[in-house]
Design a protein around this ligand. Structure first.
Ligand code: AMP
Length: 224
């Protein structure tokens, strides 16, 4: 295929990041996750980080004007000339329109938007159960990966932390925003014939297999 410009869509906790990292390895394309870029900026304490932090801690969206610039300056680089994988962007219709405008300016287009579909209940179960071990930053899940140390002893609750954006009211806020602002992108890409759906409630390997099948089909269509 000449180039592969992929957008990954899905609610928080759908596994987009995990799939994107595997895809990056397989396809050797740059992968940009706005959430990671913003979190790194917050850690660094840069101007961008200071601007974004309050929105992120509350589970709100960072303004379009800020994130559009972040992605715009990356998709125009040489590194992106064979394609790219975007995770967490676009998250609103104006962001999708800005990305399309940038693609048009570069005489390119989005190849596909892959939706990793997961129910709200599953999102709450996945994110609400995450715990961070204060001592070393290790992430556990109360149900899927219970917090125990290397000797198999349970880590005491007092040493476990729930990340601000994994707190129940913030998860609910992020889901609300997903339905209000991001879910309309499903129709946006469907109308343009670009949407591909994957059932995200399956295992990581199943989801990865399904995405590979989608990419194989896209490559075949490209050759026709
Ligand atoms: P994520 O890691 O994708 O869940 O993103 C974490 C947080 O970063 C989100 O809750 C938003 O506050 C912010 N964020 C990430 N991507 C975007 C985006 N495309 N538009 C606005 N805010 C974003």
């Amino acid at each position: 295929m000449s180039e592969l410009n992929l957008v990954l869509l899905g609610p928080p906790g759908s596994g987009k990041g995990t799939q994107a990292e595997a895809l990056q390895e397989e396809l050797q394309l740059p992968y940009w996750a706005t959430g990671n870029i913003l979190r790194a900026a917050v850690e660094e304490g840069s101007g961008l980080g200071l601007e974004a932090k309050g929105f992120m801690d509350a589970g709100d969206l960072v303004p379009d004007s800020v994130v559009v610039g972040l992605i715009g300056e990356r998709v125009t680089t040489r590194e992106a000339s064979d394609g790219f994988i975007l995770d967490g962007f676009p998250r609103t219709i104006p962001q999708a329109e800005a990305l399309d405008a940038e693609m048009e300016r570069l005489k390119r287009s989005i190849t596909a938007a892959i939706l990793i579909d997961v129910s709200d209940d599953e999102v709450v179960r996945r994110l609400g159960g995450r715990r961070l071990w204060k001592r070393n930053g290790r992430i556990f899940h109360v149900e899927f990966d219970p917090p125990v140390d290397d000797d198999g002893n349970p880590v005491p609750d007092s040493e476990l932390l729930i990340r601000d954006d994994d707190k129940p009211d913030v998860i609910r806020r992020r889901l609300e925003l997903y339905h209000a602002k991001t879910a309309p992108l499903i129709e946006y890409y469907d109308d343009r014939g670009l949407l591909r759906r994957v059932d995200g409630s399956r295992t990581q390997d199943d989801v990865a297999g399904r995405i590979s099948a989608i990419l194989a089909t896209l490559a075949m269509e490209d050759e026709l």
